[in-house]
Ligand binder design. Structure first.
Ligand code: FNR
Length: 377
């Protein structure tokens, strides 16, 4: 199978599985503990049945939306994903460019493999957002300043990683940065010479946003790799961040309607309901389960959701439940792993085609026509 013959995100996933060493694929594909929340994310989408009203002229369809003062080509943005350089050298840059070509925002992770400055320089036509992990207040302040100086105007604070989720696939596979040389990992990598060749040829620094010679930053590199965040970050700290950051601020990882209400009360501009793709608290509810309650209290402020979006019709489902848009995590990364920028672009193009087809099948001309009546009771 080649990129162009991949018919779905599931096909791109199969390609990624073939091209990546097992430990790298599992890092991408896996979740925390028993992966209950990971499976629940997909199950929640699949359980939502659509009941379209037909016999309406939908010969011309337009999937564009206006969100956060911008036009998006479709109600989709690319989610922040750390260590993307292990899927493809300089993966963040490739995905950012693919997002720009698809006309959707790209959210760069704090744990990116290309620095935030290099992504801003390398993808000037992409709407770029920066995702902030608070490893320490000092590092967070410095990252915020840098993001501002580099031209980022939307900050996404991720709140669901006070400590790392327990990802047993990674532990079992010995997935670590830098790669741990054991007979098992050597064998795994040796079975994927294409990947090894690409890595050896382009090998990019991991965690480029923290790649300095400063000893304190070396410590934070280690903390970030172990996903050890500042677990004391609280509402007061968020209020301070709100004061410091003069532009748009979103909070990602909200899982409770009361947190959603409090975040809006603090002046946060939008939310991402998310269980981190089932990689953090296993047993956590999925964003879709929470969405109707949060949409009801949002008062028109944007609410994005992620976790398990794999088809265009999933976008319809999320919007019918009250979301303003969705983030794509693994869907785009499977494409990246399958073929760099072209692969990430293929993932976004497939989603766009599927969304258009789903709109036609539901006789919808505009995204604004999507409402709760699309869902079977
Ligand atoms: C993530 N996610 C994530 N989120 C974040 O805020 N910062 C990060 O650095 C990362 N890193 C990361 C790595 C990998 C490999 C994955 C799969 C996910 C979570 C991500 O932004 C998003 O919430 C989920 O991926 C959404 O679920 P789906 O679309 O992957 O099912």
């Amino acid at each position: 199978m080649s990129l162009s013959s991949a018919l779905s995100i599931a096909d791109l996933r199969r390609l990624a599985q073939r091209r990546l060493p097992r430990m790298v694929f599992d890092y991408l594909d896996g979740g925390a503990e028993d992966e209950v929340s990971l499976r629940a994310n997909r199950a929640a989408f699949e359980a939502l049945r659509l009941q379209p009203r037909l016999l309406r002229d939908a010969s011309v369809r337009d999937p564009r939306v206006n969100l956060f003062g911008r036009e998006w080509a479709m109600p989709v943005a690319v989610a922040p994903v750390g260590l993307a350089g292990v899927f493809w050298p300089q993966g963040d840059l490739h995905t950012a460019r693919a997002a720009g070509r698809a006309g959707v925002p790209f959210i760069l992770s704090t744990a990116s493999s290309v620095s935030l400055e290099d992504v801003a320089r390398g993808a000037p036509d992409t709407e770029l957002w920066f995702q902030l992990y608070v490893i320490s207040r000092r590092i967070a302040d410095a990252l915020v300043e840098r993001a501002l100086a580099a031209g980022y105007r939307t900050l996404v604070l991720t709140i669901d990683v006070p400590v790392s989720g327990y990802r047993e696939r990674d532990l079992r596979n010995g997935f670590a940065q830098p790669f741990r040389v054991t007979p098992r990992t050597v064998l795994d990598v040796a079975r994927h010479p294409g990947w090894l060749w690409r890595m050896a040829r382009h090998g990019s620094p991991q965690l480029a946003n923290l790649a300095t010679v400063d000893a304190a930053d070396a410590e934070s590199q280690a903390a970030l790799l172990k996903r050890q965040m500042d677990a004391s970050f609280d509402w007061h700290a968020l209020a301070r961040l709100r004061e410091r950051w003069p532009h748009r601020l979103l909070v990602k990882g909200v899982l409770h309607p009361d947190d959603a209400r409090d975040a809006f009360a603090l002046g946060v501009d939008g939310l991402v309901l998310s269980n981190h793709g089932g990689r953090q608290l296993d047993g956590a509810l999925g964003a879709l389960d929470l969405l109707p309650r949060v949409a009801a209290l949002a008062g028109g402020r944007p609410v994005l959701v992620d976790g398990g979006v794999r088809r265009g019709v999933d976008v319809l489902r999320a919007l019918a439940l009250g979301a303003s848009g969705v983030l794509l995590g693994r869907a785009v990364q499977y494409g990246l792993a399958a073929g760099g920028e072209a692969g990430a672009g293929r993932a976004l193009a497939l989603l766009r085609e599927e969304l258009d087809r789903a709109m036609a099948l539901c006789a919808l001309r505009q995204i604004s026509e999507i409402g709760p009546d699309l869902l079977a009771p």
